[in-house]
Design a protein around this ligand. Structure first.
Ligand SMILES: CC(=O)SCCNC(=O)CCNC(=O)[C@H](O)C(C)(C)COP(=O)(O)OP(=O)(O)OC[C@H]1O[C@@H](n2cnc3c(N)ncnc32)[C@H](O)[C@@H]1OP(=O)(O)O
Ligand SMILES: CC(C)C(=O)C(=O)O
Length: 571
């Protein structure tokens, strides 16, 4: 790799801040958020949003609770201008939402931009010009003063056009961005911001938003944090300044950059849902918000239906969200691997018990389920997708699916036995074993139908009916059974010291020796169609194995479990 082409960032624009304070700060409240999905997000799409998609996105952002929304670059095109007008004219902007529009610092563009806001209730004009050396030299072909003057005269233009176009019904705000702040000499960035403030004169309720973008993320997040802390300490009129950050994700660390910047003094963060935006995207507002929630801090944003948010963003941007995207991806609450599944299953079981012990109060029990940083249900997911089975899975995950999908609580040794069968299946077939496929494998193994049935027709024995002629315990239990053996029905009678013993004696008459070693049962459902499941570990002809029976009668389910074990043994 041509390493010499890439000087380390600190050699280009590092700053020295040995008494930095941000590392020991904590984020105890959410910053102000600005969504730039409809501007930075939209400008970076392969196909920019059409008006219908823009409206869908705007409605989503409002629904989620964003109060500052950058809705476009109205001077860029008639379509952008018309969208701003349509939101204002259709009264689609709630009173507590401030729309924002971006413009370059060029008089004609500023005029067009401000004129798009006529009739708005609350609106911010966001003006930018790049301040970094290479932009001064190459793009603007001017020096430091010339570049500062672009910002200063642009700010004057904004104020003049506010006067010209907007009446007192519009609450106006102003945001200035020294674009490419991260590469700008820090004292010069301060000088430009101060010059802009001298014109705008923030005071009392008249705030100014100074937005310091990591337009291209070029350094580790701590470097950006140092820059933000330095600016926060050195800006005059700090109490009237809303210090804003706008991280991009070129190094993949935009979220960390934003979080450290907030610790360093930033009051406001600009970003996009799921990190849309130029190149590698803007900082992801979903991750930032959910990161706060996962620490018990109110993000002020509603993420309770994350799949609806994701679907809308996918529709509007015509791009898929990655399945591993934090908090919103399809797979992010899913464990395939055995040890994760085992720990999740145990964690969920313990949590259920703890919540029950707390009188059902979910909030009284801190969330500590292993491998799940947040409760999937808090973002509208169910636990169904939490555990999925493939060749990396173990008994815990399989048992979890059997329990959640089929209400069968398999005894531990049966879990071990069944997971070997699933493993054999995944070894030969590969891929995922869905809950339906798992049930199929289970049914084929433990719940065979008689030989004359169309489905799983391999069982040698099938139980047609039983009748206990002497109820109760003791050696006098008598059982009559109609048993199919190899397709032929037999009416049989057995005696024993209980129903299971009596049934074993019936099987002995058909030449099969069964000793029951362990037994478990539970109800499957309640009501008229209530069923019970029985699990029997038996020694059959020298083999120890499990059988499963399901029936409306708990006693019959235990007979069926014995038939299941015997059928498996003689298979
Ligand atoms: C980091 C960001 O994301 S910033 C936002 C970027 N988004 C966009 O640019 C999307 C919308 N933009 C557009 O549609 C167009 O750029 C328009 C309509 C605004 C302007 O188009 P044009 O007039 O053709 O200018 P063009 O886009 O080529 O811009 C280059 C000119 O603007 C100047 N310029 C660029 N940025 C700025 C700025 N922030 N302030 C003042 N002048 C600027 C350049 O120096 C150059 O001037 P020159 O022609 O004298 O050399
Ligand atoms: C206009 C500015 C804020 C911008 O989009 C950037 O620097 O990335």
């Amino acid at each position: 790799m041509p390493l010499a082409k890439y000087p380390p960032f600190h050699e280009v624009n590092g700053i020295d801040l040995p008494d930095r304070t941000w590392p020991s700060k904590r984020i105890l409240q959410a910053p102000r958020w600005l969504s730039t999905d409809l501007r930075d997000g939209n400008q970076a799409l392969i196909e920019p949003m059409d008006p219908a998609r823009k409206h869908r996105m705007f409605e989503l952002l409002v629904r989620m609770g964003y109060k500052e929304i950058e809705i476009g670059f109205p001077a860029a095109s008639q379509t952008d201008f018309d969208f701003v007008r349509s939101l204002i004219e259709s009264d689609a902007i709630p009173q507590d939402v401030t729309i924002s529009v971006l413009t370059q610092a060029r008089t004609d563009l500023i005029e067009r931009t401000v004129s798009s806001l006529v009739g708005a209730h609350r609106a911010t004009v966001h003006m930018y010009n790049a301040t970094a050396p290479v932009f001064r030299d190459v793009v603007f072909r001017t020096d430091r003063d010339g570049t500062k003057n672009i910002a200063v005269s642009g700010t004057r233009d904004v104020m003049d056009y506010f006067e010209k176009y907007l009446d007192s019904d519009t609450i106006v705000g102003y945001e200035y961005s020294p674009e490419i702040f991260i590469d700008t000499e820090i004292d010069y960035a301060l000088e430009v911001c101060e010059a802009v403030m001298d014109v705008w004169e923030p005071d009392g309720d008249r705030e100014i938003i100074l937005n310091l973008p990591a337009t291209i993320e070029r350094a580790t997040p701590n470097v950006y944090a140092d820059q933000i802390e330095w600016m926060s300490r050195n800006l005059s009129r700090r109490e009237h300044v809303v210090l804003s950050v706008h991280p991009h994700n070129d190094r993949g660390t935009a979220v960390a950059s934003a979080e450290l910047a907030v610790m360093a003094g930033a009051d406001r963060v600009e970003g996009c849902l799921f990190g849309h935006g130029e190149r590698t995207g803007n900082v992801d507002l979903v991750t930032l918000g959910m990161n706060l929630i996962s620490q018990g801090v109110d993000a002020g944003i509603d993420f309770s239906d994350i799949d609806d948010i994701r679907r809308t963003v996918e529709y509007c941007g015509q791009m898929d969200v990655h399945p591993r995207h934090p908090y919103g991806g399809d797979l992010v609450y899913t464990a395939f691997s055995g040890s994760h599944q085992d720990a999740i299953k145990k964690g969920l079981t313990k949590r259920d018990a703890d919540v029950a012990a707390a009188g059902g109060d979910e909030l009284a029990v801190p969330w500590t389920v292993p491998y799940l940083p947040v409760d999937p249900r808090d973002v509208g997911r169910s636990y169904e997708a939490v555990i999925r089975v493939n060749s990396q899975s173990g008994k815990g995950g399989i048992a979890y699916l059997m329990s959640t999908e089929r209400k069968l609580d398999l005894p531990r040794r049966l879990q071990i036995e069944f997971s070997r069968m699933v493993q054999a299946h995944t070894d030969s077939a590969g891929g995922e074993v869905t809950a339906d496929r798992l049930w199929d494998i289970f049914t084929d193994e433990y719940l065979p139908a008689p030989a004359d049935s169309a489905l799983h027709p391999w069982g040698r024995f099938a139980l047609r009916s039983t009748r206990l002629t002497t109820a109760g315990e003791g050696s006098d239990t008598e059982l009559e059974a109609v048993l199919v053996d190899g397709g032929v029905e037999h009416e049989l009678r057995g005696l024993g010291n209980g129903p299971i013993d009596a049934f074993s004696s019936i099987l002995r008459q058909r030449g099969v020796d069964v000793t029951v070693m362990d037994y478990a049962e539970h109800a499957l459902s309640q009501g008229e169609d209530a069923k019970a499941a029985s699990y029997i570990e038996a020694e059959v002809e020298g083999q120890v194995l499990w059988g499963v029976g399901i029936d409306a009668s708990i006693t019959t389910s235990s007979f069926r479990a014995i038939v299941s074990a015997v059928n498996r043994a003689v298979r």
